[in-house]
Design a protein around this ligand. Structure first.
Ligand code: NAP
Length: 307
């Protein structure tokens, strides 16, 4: 039996693993894709303390994983299909095996939100993308649009401007939500054109994206952009479907925890972007993970079978 099973291998999950592993706990991280989660798709990380020179998210994820492994943390590449959280021994059903554990930490993060347009699903992978870092290179020398006004949209626009001919940054309001330092960079980049107060209304193209129709919120004026790529960066939703019937969630579907990261069930914790909180950054995910790992270890140490 495991002391701590962590679901999700992003910065929250891996920091949690580091703290639990270092506390001598038998610890497993279950991740369905690759270590790092959303962090791995970040082109440049420059706001993680101690990382003085810009580092890629994938490189930082690699360091997180190696550090956790150093303290004996095991990794399982599998999809979690069910959980049984009541009682002293908790069960995690995965596509590979069923794990028994004294404590569970949910750290599955969030998934990219869709625009909800008619041809969006059909043209996903054919010009519509939710990850500029992953897919940007396919659009070298092409014109693209980024939709959104948060940190992700601003970072995506800056990243794409380095090798795309032109980047339209489409935002539904006339001021950005993203960090000032990114806004300044966007404004200083010649091949980024900002389309303020515009929403994407229709994606054009039969077999591949050929353009996007925008609508101005205020006067309903239309504008058509000829672009080969559309990068959607309109936020994300918590990946909490697995626990929506068993844990207390916020209205937005984020897991509610106390200061120790414990959820509504004793011995069950949540950490990182999946948790209801104000600031979702790598550093706050890592912080949540450390607190969850520390408290899960405390709980597991006091474990009473059948208690
Ligand atoms: P976000 O902060 O929620 O921003 C989403 C953006 O999309 C907002 O500007 C929003 O407009 C717009 N939007 C939402 N729904 C829309 C729709 N249907 N049509 C058009 N626009 C829509 O999401 P995010 O940028 O992915 O960031 C998520 C979290 O990760 C944030 O906490 C962010 O700080 C963090 N993050 C940090 C970094 C970094 O520190 N380097 C990098 C990436 C992400 P409104 O502004 O009008 O609501």
């Amino acid at each position: 039996m495991y002391d701590v099973v962590i679901i999700g291998g992003g910065p929250a999950g891996m920091s949690c693993g580091l703290y639990a592993g270092r506390a001598g706990m038998k610890t497993m991280i279950v991740e369905k894709m690759f270590s790092g989660g959303q962090m791995s798709t970040t082109n440049e990380v420059e706001n993680y303390p101690g990382v003085e020179n810009v580092i890629s998210g994938a490189e930082l994820a690699y360091k997180f994983e190696n550090q956790a492994r150093k303290f004996g943390v095991e990794f399982l590449n599998a999809d979690v299909t069910g959980v049984q959280l009541e009682g002293a021994v908790k069960k995690i059903v995965t596509s590979q095996e069923t794990l028994e554990t004294k404590t569970v930490v949910f750290a599955m993060g969030t998934v990219a939100r869709k625009l909800g347009l008619e041809d969006e699903a059909r043209l996903t992978g054919k010009g519509v993308s939710y990850c500029a870092t992953c897919d940007g290179a396919f659009f070298r020398g092409k014109d693209v649009a980024v939709i959104g006004g948060g940190d992700t949209a601003l970072e995506d626009a800056i990243f794409l401007s380095r090798f795309c001919s032109k980047v339209y940054l489409v935002h539904r309001r006339n001021e950005f939500r993203g960090a000032k330092v990114l806004q300044d960079q966007v404004l200083q980049t010649e091949n980024i054109e900002i389309c303020y107060q515009m929403v994407a209304e229709k994606i054009l193209g039969e077999n591949r994206v050929e353009g996007v129709v925008l609508r101005q919120a205020e006067n309903m004026a239309q504008r058509q952009l000829t672009v080969q790529g559309i990068f959607v960066a309109v936020g994300s939703d918590p990946s909490s479907q697995l626990v929506q019937e068993v844990l207390e969630l916020s209205k937005g579907g984020y897991i509610l925890t106390d200061d120790t990261m414990q959820t509504s069930i004793p011995g069950v914790y949540a950490a990182g972007d999946i948790r209801e909180k104000q600031l979702r950054q790598i550093i706050t995910a890592a912080s949540d993970g450390a607190i969850a790992g520390f408290n899960a270890a405390l709980y597991a140490t006091k474990f009473v079978p059948f208690g």
